[in-house]
Design a protein around this ligand. Sequence first.
Ligand code: ATP
Ligand code: MG
Length: 198
Amino acid sequence: MTARIGILGGTFDPIHYGHLAIAEDARHALQLDRVLFVPAAQQPLKRGAHIASPEQRFAMVQLACASNPAFEVSRIELDRPGPSFTLTTLEALQAAQIGELHFILGEDALADLTRWHAAERVVALARIIAVGRPGSAPDHTRIFQALPALSERLTVLPGPALDISSTVLRRRVAAGQPIRYQTPDIVVTYIEQQALYR
Ligand code: ATP
Ligand code: MG
């Protein structure tokens, strides 16, 4: 039987329980065999906004995923030069024949999907799983008009709707506020040890 693979791309600057919870929700709902977390080297739509280095973001994702045997972390975008296009990643994963690809994203990212590089080809390579995110209520009708192929390929999940974002976590660290219980303790400790986001 073909394996069912989830893929969660992001900058993960830093990873938090919002990411981990949507990955687990999608894994359960779509019966995925595993979920691949794919930290972006350079997010084309977010250029210059990183604070932690790619290796630090990768390390935090690894620490956060270690306790879930269905979660894996991929270096595919970190080891490739240039901006991280999801299309290139999905083409590489398809060529590796690892299984049926399901790309997981938050509803805020779904609203952007029509602006992505070669969005039609992205949707042809992977089914899309959009998980609810507080503050995001994208207009699916408008998105389907811009990207008709998506209507057959999209699953929308309410998810646990945790109101957590990396931007707010970075700000909280900079302001000396706690981020504990918004990301695993092991990530909090890493951020302290590396003096990130101060
Ligand atoms: P930033 O504030 O830096 O943009 P972020 O919290 O949005 O960070 P990203 O790395 O940009 O995190 O997100 C990666 C993916 O995870 C995106 O598809 C995003 O929509 C999704 N995501 C992140 N946080 C949540 C959340 N709390 N609920 C649902 N989806 C989320
Ligand atoms: Mg984001």
